[in-house]
Ligand binder design. Sequence first.
Ligand code: FAD
Length: 440
Amino acid sequence: MRASTNNHSTVIIGGGWAGLSAAIHLANKNVPVTLIEAAEQPGGRARMVMFGDLPVDNGQHIALGAYRNFLEVLKIIGVDEAFVLSRLPLSLTVKGSQGTVSLTAPKLPAPLHLLLAFLKADGLSAGDKIKTMANWLRLIGTRARSDMTVTDLMHCTGQSERVTHYLWTPLCIAAMNTHPDIASARVFQRVLKDAFMRRRADSDILLPRYDMGRLFPQPAMDWLIGKGVNVMTGQRVSRIETRDNRVTGVTVGNMTIATGQLIIATNPWSCASLIEPIDSLSSLHRDISQFNYEPIATVYLKYSRAVLLNPTMQGLADSSTQWIFDRRITSHPKIVAAVISADGEHASMSKEELVQTVVNDIKANTDLQDDPIDSLVIREKRATFSATPHAETLRPNNKTALNGCWLAGDYTATGYPATLEGAIISGKAAAIQILAGNTP
Ligand SMILES: Cc1cc2nc3c(=O)[nH]c(=O)nc-3n(C[C@H](O)[C@H](O)[C@H](O)COP(=O)(O)OP(=O)(O)OC[C@H]3O[C@@H](n4cnc5c(N)ncnc54)[C@H](O)[C@@H]3O)c2cc1C
């Protein structure tokens, strides 16, 4: 027999960044909340994992100064940005078979800082610099058709081949986890505008000083518990209960938790399986079942001494490895994190082959010639949805056709690619609608 609880709180399914954001915004207004997370620890796709005795992440994450909503929730829960994040002015170095391109933005108002960064960039010809500066406004200002890809946008706004190869392609793959040939031009323009057109500090790179768990999910949980939120970890919601097209509760194990307000803050595929039996959500189910996903592979390498890469973060334009990070900023001076975003030939490599490929790429592009003494490979097969023009037509709003049921998650219609900021925005948006007393 099923146990049943009476519950007047809003139930949130999922303790990833979207669910935590929704919970924080509701609890901050003293709305009772029950947060249910299937895993033992919060964080979802941005969480801590152990590498031997070192806490690292399921993937190297970076944030930007433009992540306003993330910085806002840190403030609400009383976490000092400077304590958990190292803020570096925009500086990019990308190495490839045709040399190195590097640029650093001076402390000038946006977008002057970017234009001067182009002008002073190393590794670009005078022609490339002038073309890039002259075509910058076309790049962000062209009204991209909804079916346009980033590669189409590069062609129609006259971007130079070298700048496309060394700058726009690595930035597109890093920001959207999707290759420019299939990535949505509109979403890329949104990312560029947000990072480069409003305030200089928006383009700052924010590197976590600690593992992802300590950066946000754990302090968020501590704060929520302090606020009286009922946090249930290691518990999976198996079913959403409804009556007359209204949410009445959720089933966890053999217990039904009654609620009239529900936020589904899971990944899209878990959301699809939860809503499948609900008739009024059939078109939502059809849409979110159509997402394609992109993987991210992260290879952690441990060395016997400090690696001292300079710069600490560098891009590789013509290698399997795309970005390498010296983890000394995260207090791990002997660790390198190598990132390969989106699909590619690395996906079919064995762990050993992938480690060897990354080690070879590092030796070929940096002064670090040592062999690592240990390694950890993490492949997130469905790291993010593929940010294509078609995906933009599938992304749902927070509001659903089922009364009392809301969505949050990086895949909802935030206008951003799947990012930490997108997840945080989606959770806040769902909370705001509940606070406003709106009824779906
Ligand atoms: C390797 C990697 C690197 C990345 N790098 C960056 C980066 O550098 N910068 C950036 O901004 N973004 C990056 N991202 C993207 C970012 O991590 C995600 O966009 C974000 O974490 C998604 O958060 P979410 O809350 O929407 O979803 P999720 O993190 O997927 O959270 C959903 C949660 O719901 C839980 N859940 C699912 N089903 C149930 C159920 N039935 N009952 C209870 N709980 C359930 C899951 O366990 C999970 O914790 C990266 C992602 C990966 C994987």
